[in-house]
Design a protein around this ligand. Structure first.
Ligand SMILES: *Cc1c(COP(=O)(O)O)cnc(C)c1O
Length: 410
């Protein structure tokens, strides 16, 4: 790592310090000396590396191996899903199952990297507003590193996330409000504690630069698992868009390292119909998104009404010749249950949305039967029992009643 660079105004920032956003509001991207890396690091050497995302450590920000806080994240399976493929008209459908990560989602990648950097830079107290999986992952990695974590979650957060955070020993505050209210409180507490002996560090999506670096390893992995031949299309459930931005960055880095050529997959941003700021901006030809009013979806990771990384996500989608597509909740749950029954993979609704999106884009001939397609299932269905339980009501008065509109007999 040589320095960081603002993704909007290109201002540079010194490595070896804790940073949040650029003064202009732009998220920071980590830069490396890639020519030097290229001379000393070959893709063949990966064979003897750790069986986790840290096999790509030379292209990750920690300078010392001693800083790394790992629970075995990454190197998730890339599975061929033939029955689902046959049903939706694809001969070449693959699913990268991120539900197998520690804490049941790919948030583990970002937070393993971010917490490792906290250890390296001496940051001791972390805070996050999160409606779910980021809070769980932060809590686990903070526990593994022996750091203090403060979580602010909306009071209607899924049980799994709340209980996980408590179990890992985080300080959890339930807020009667939206994720944006949680974000405001975290921002205030960070300002109040600045300059004290234990300042709080805001580790929110894209407000610190290292979570992108962790998530970019999904791009390195898919290339390695496909023997350095990228697929024709990648379906990614975009909330904050961190994974999409990270993978796009990883492809450019791998090309600079001489590991892949110039071919890129069509990057397809999948959103929920009830919260689709990226889809709307894409369709309008806009460079940035507008705040999506009344955001609502069972795919909690996609409930991000105004993503900070909207420009970078839209850029990746457009430069790749991809598209952006929104799926209604009912179809998301249908797709999740069908995938589970056909393939034995119980996906998060975010991942299930990708199956429905692929089905639609093949039907519309945006993709062909022979295109090699990789779907990202970003989390485990086990984290979303409330969302799925609406199809299997057992008692009255529970989540099933609240989301009653989703119940369809099978
Ligand atoms: C956070 C989350 C997302 C969205 O991730 P981004 O990289 O911020 O777009 C998707 N799926 C799940 C399960 C998540 O937890």
């Amino acid at each position: 790592m040589t320095h960081l660079e603002c993704s909007l105004c290109n201002k540079t920032f010194e490595a070896g310090k804790a940073w949040n956003l650029c003064e202009c509001g732009g998220p920071l991207l980590v830069r490396y000396n890639l020519p030097e890396l290229r001379a000393g690091w070959s893709r063949e050497s990966l064979a003897t590396g750790p069986n986790s995302m840290w096999r790509y450590a030379p292209a990750l920000p920690p300078r010392s191996a001693k800083s790394i806080v790992s629970l075995g994240e990454g190197m998730t399976p890339l599975l061929s899903i033939r029955r689902t493929g046959a049903r939706i008209g694809s001969n070449n459908l693959l699913l990268k199952d991120e539900g197998l990560n520690p804490t049941g989602s790919f948030k583990a990648r970002g937070l393993s990297c971010a917490i490792s950097m906290c250890v390296e830079l001496g940051v001791k107290v972390l805070a996050i507003p999160s409606a779910g999986n980021a809070a769980s992952a932060l809590s686990a990695y903070a526990a593994a590193a022996g750091l203090e974590a403060h979580i602010y979650m909306p009071s209607d957060v899924p049980q799994a996330n709340f209980i996980e955070c408590k179990a890992y020993g985080s300080h959890v505050t339930l807020v009667d409000g939206l994720i944006s209210d949680c974000g405001r409180i975290v921002g205030e507490r960070c300002r109040e504690t600045a300059g004290t002996a234990a300042p709080w560090f805001d580790i929110s999506t894209l407000k610190e630069p290292y979570r992108i670096e962790g998530k970019k390893t999904m791009g390195y992995e898919v290339a390695e698992q496909l023997h350095w031949e990228l697929p024709d299309a990648i379906f990614y459930p975009a909330g904050g868009g961190v994974g999409m931005i990270g993978m796009w960055k990883a492809f450019a880095e791998m090309e600079a390292l001489g590991w892949i050529g110039g071919k890129r997959p069509k990057m397809i941003a999948v959103q929920a119909e009830g919260c689709q700021p990226i889809v709307r901006a894409f369709e309008e030809g806009a460079e940035a998104s507008r705040f999506y009013e009344g955001a609502s979806t069972v795919a909690a990771g996609l409930r991000v009404p105004k993503p900070l990384g909207d420009r970078l996500t839209l850029k990746a989608v457009r430069e790749s010749g991809g598209t952006a597509i929104a799926i209604p909740d009912r179809e998301i749950i249908d797709a999740g249950l069908r995938l589970a029954a056909e393939e034995g993979i119980f996906a998060a609704p975010e991942g299930a949305a990708c199956v429905a999106a692929a089905e639609r884009l093949i039907r519309e001939r945006f993709l062909t039967a022979d295109d090699r397609i990789v779907l990202y299932n970003t989390g485990s269905g086990l984290k979303y029992l409330e969302a799925y339980s609406v199809r299997f009501p057992r008692t009255s008065g529970g989540a099933a009643d609240k989301l009653g509109g989703l119940i369809t007999p099978r």
